[in-house]
Design a protein around this ligand. Structure first.
Ligand code: FES
Ligand code: FES
Length: 171
């Protein structure tokens, strides 16, 4: 009798996150958020609503801010992912982490990784964004603690530093 191997329903692929490669073997329905947190051990992106409502799970996919709870991990093969953990290398994410601390732009901090990643996508495009651009960038990130004023001040301080740097280069 022929023996037919049962289908596992799992799929193998790699994710490139913060310049590192992670080999995964997961169900195709695995969300990017679960893949990052459970399979890659990167727990910076937070799991809150899992419905695309809160923004706590925001990461960068090829430089664009996405809700990782609404993206399938398997869709991200061959693409560049950036998470809050990348801030340790001193990039835009790290600079935003610094100004958030300086301006006390967090209370419980649960929304903070998502706020920072949404702003990182903006600052990577424009080092000195306007207040309106900053507000628009974090419009999809909810903060139950109401730290919005300090979040805006933190981002504005980085925008001012970016404007000064651009000015000094022109001199
Ligand atoms: S957990 Fe993804 S938007 Fe809330
Ligand atoms: S600092 Fe608590 S939800 Fe934003």
């Amino acid at each position: 009798m022929e023996i037919i191997e049962a289908q596992s329903g799992y799929t193998s692929f790699t994710l490139q996150v913060n310049g590192q490669r992670y080999a995964l073997n997961v169900e195709p329905r695995r969300t990017l958020l679960d893949a990052l947190r459970i399979d890659c051990g990167l727990t910076g992106a937070k799991k809150v609503c899992e419905m695309g409502n809160c923004g706590a799970c925001t990461v960068l996919l090829d430089g664009a801010a996405v809700y990782s709870c609404l993206v399938l991990a398997v869709e991200c093969e061959q693409r560049q992912l950036t998470t809050i953990e990348s801030g340790a290398t001193g990039n835009t994410v790290g600079a935003l982490q610094r100004v958030f601390i300086e301006h006390d732009a967090l209370q419980c901090g649960y929304c903070t990784p998502g706020q920072i990643m949404s702003l990182a996508a903006l600052f990577d495009r424009d080092p000195s964004p306007s207040e309106a651009s900053i507000t628009e960038a974090v419009a999809g990130n909810l903060c139950r603690c109401g730290a919005y004023r300090h979040i805006l001040q933190a981002a504005q301080s980085l925008a001012a530093a970016g404007a000064n740097a651009a000015g000094s280069e022109d001199d």
